[in-house]
Design a binder for this molecule. Sequence first.
Ligand code: NAD
Length: 490
Amino acid sequence: MTFQQPAAETLPRHPVIIGGAFEAQGGGEVLAHVYPGTATVTRELRMASPADVDRAVAAARAAFPAWRALAGDKRRDLMFKLAAVIEAQAQEMSPVLTAENGAIILAGGHMSSDAAQKFRYYGGWADKIEGRTVATWGGPAHDYVSYEPFGVVGAIVPWNGPLFAATMVLAPALAAGNCIVLKAPDLAPYSVMRLVELIHQAGFPPGVVNLVTGGAEVGAAMVSHPGVDKIEFIGSGATAKKILANAARTLKPVGLELGGKSAVLVFADADLQAAAKRGLSGAVSANGQGCVNGTRLLVERAIYEPYLQMLAAMAGHIKVGDPFAMDTIMGPVISETSLVRIAGMVERGVAAGGRLVTGGGRLGGDHGEGYFLPITVLADVDPGSEIARQEVFGPVLVVTPFDSEEEAVALANDSDYGLGAYVHTTNLARAHRVAGQMQAGQVQVNGAGEAMTPCVPFGGMKYSGHGRLGGVEGLREFQQVRNVWVNLQS
Ligand code: NAD
């Protein structure tokens, strides 16, 4: 039995949308998009070119004065309408999400509802953008601060969760009064293409959100464009370095949401079943390709072996397979290149002394048509080894024992990254004490992904980036501050 194929007729058809015009092709390269579940081409798309980026920026700039001037309650209403349109289209969106990167169909409904909630949350901010007055020094004066949009925001998002990432940027940026040029990622373009269709269906004015589908060349054209006022980038650290160098030419501000190697600290006093289930989700969530997945497990020695056995037993019950099947919990990784890279890291991890508790290798049989890896748990991992320090971006957990709280904290912070941290304990004082020492942008105590809602700030420290998306901090990311001082003496 072979796995299901995506139905080409369900996939969106417009890789470029500029000034409200839906274009069947861009002026750039032809992309043969590959579905990773069966390694087959879904469709060929002619993507955008740098000249299309020029047109998209011009359309966004033309739309900006009216969008910025639109009263907050009108922006709010449009965003609420968009949330309703996204929810009404959730069933149609799910196969699009699966087709673009092999995300399990079971997660599709949640992805749409998360997107809708972001537009509701930030729609609620759009009519509450207020400044403040400042107590002045010196002679009589009136001083106030206002929060202004940047103008045109360029949004560059990755393939692993394009809808999630795009809405994380668009909702606060639009609420703040910015116009958008959004790049859909070439490896997984479809959900972002559909999102921009839905934005127009909801009645957003032409040019407020413009779409260019493409790869590095299109992204670089956005970054260097003098008509783009701010870049928000979600992706890898390696690309972020190129973007910062490119943005320096126009002194453009850049928000960075990058990768992670998030630590999971499991203390002996934790609810072990719950901590194992949540620990395993670090391998399974987003088919192991989530930026904030907890993939570096640190486990107190007293419970080390029982915890490993629990992880292995639970992994055995997870169905890995056809992403279109409703009972599948984990699908493929994005590409053959990615699969080979991950398998190589696991092999080197074993060679460096890691003990394979479960997994390893690639899956054969029907799975062999696509890019499937088993859930892999590697124990006794040297914290200095490659697999303990580099982002794997696949269904792989590395586990290392610790003997004291101090050692656990030191090991957790001994990383270039600082995106997430997870603390499992039933000791309240320890929970706060340890959380307060984590060098990570988001700490979850006895949680896995539950904190990832639109109302909380999300982002990284260290090599995981800077700036925050989500919450009021996410709104501030897309506002610049103006201070006005008025002399009251003459
Ligand atoms: P990537 O850096 O290869 O690509 C990200 C985006 O940048 C893509 O759209 C790509 O086309 C574009 N791009 C590539 N080169 C460019 C250039 N020179 N100029 C401008 N744009 C360019 O990352 P990826 O492989 O697509 O995504 C995986 C990475 O993203 C992982 O490291 C993951 O942890 C990270 N990520 C972070 C978050 C977060 O919120 N912190 C969320 C999801 C993914």
